[in-house]
Design a protein around this ligand. Sequence first.
Ligand code: SF4
Length: 414
Amino acid sequence: MSAKNPHHDKSRRNFLKTLGLGAAALSVAGAAAPALSVGEALAATAAPGPMPRRMLGKTGVEVPALALGGMFDTINNQLLLRQALNWGVTYWDTAEYYGRGQSEEGFGRFFAKNPDRRKEVFLVTKLTPREGLDTFPDRFEKSLARLSTSYVDLFFVHGIDSMSPLTPRVRAWAADMKKAGKMRYFGFSTHSNMEELLQAAAKEGGPAANLDVIMFTYNIHVMHKPAMQAAVDACAKAGIGLVAMKTQGMGPATNPSEAELKVAEQFLKRGFTEKQARLKAVWENKNIASICSQMPSIAILGANVAAARDKTALSAAETGSLYALACAEAGGYCAGCASICQNATNGLPVREVMRGLMYQRGYSEPGLGQGLFAELPADMRQRLATADYSRAEAVCPHKLEIAKLMREAGETLA
Ligand code: SF4
């Protein structure tokens, strides 16, 4: 619909009104919970239509356009899990790493109490390769036990930044798990060096090489990059299912930029929150099957469900505003091109520390940020504090103030 269509304007205003959103709700669809009542958020059921579904690569499975990221207290949010299902959010994502198994446990409690609902859910879990790939078989069985299920629909090797963890042995194990009916599909998730990894997976042949699905960072900061566009297209061509995460594009910067506040105001006038518009921008790429979003409150869940159900496409002018916002915020966003700053600092994990800051500041999850920082070897943390970052700052495509941010990380994440 055109921006000049009065019906369009009205329906958008209704869409916003339905959610009871106002200027105070700018953080809806982000991580910090806004001051919405549960009743207001429940009004999202009035948003028109069912949850849209999309085909997940060549798996033959249709998944909802919105997936529930489980990096929150799922044990004490059982009602939220039920509500997610009732609103059609039937793709649930968790990991051993989230809350050291507690996120899986929360999902497991739900299935133990509601065994008939397990078959409605497309269930995903992940294991990080850091503890050693030989530990996968044992840890995977423990994940299944915590999840109170005999199988997961999708398993990801969690958060890789190169293809090296996908050894022939790991792939053979995954193939065995598929044969045993404990895992339906296999793939990996990545926050770093995404374009290279997506291209490598596509080159291998995707499903033909037992790589069915990839979850990766995708948002207004990276979607316009030609290398990212080519990588997404290559995966789609190879039949790899694609799931987007970190779609709000939070960076290690502390506060919303002036540009963000300006764009947010524009979207509110048009009937969206800017956070909902960021989701819509991702859904506009039909190669993205689903957005995996952390939704730790009914308010955020309701806002995101309403955004998914709303059929209005962004106008060219609105897409342009988001692109302009991405350009304006470039200096506050870390794009995950880890190999660039790693090579310029003799191997320092700058990207990992940036992620820690992002969780602490953008997602108001200081524990996660501190956890990532604490996992770095002590000598690495020491080197981070004293390193010379001038070369890294010179080559960083987002011109981040790396030295300042590393110093702040040392002070606030340690
Ligand atoms: S700090 Fe800069 S070079 Fe390093 S991953 Fe982030 S954006 Fe890329």
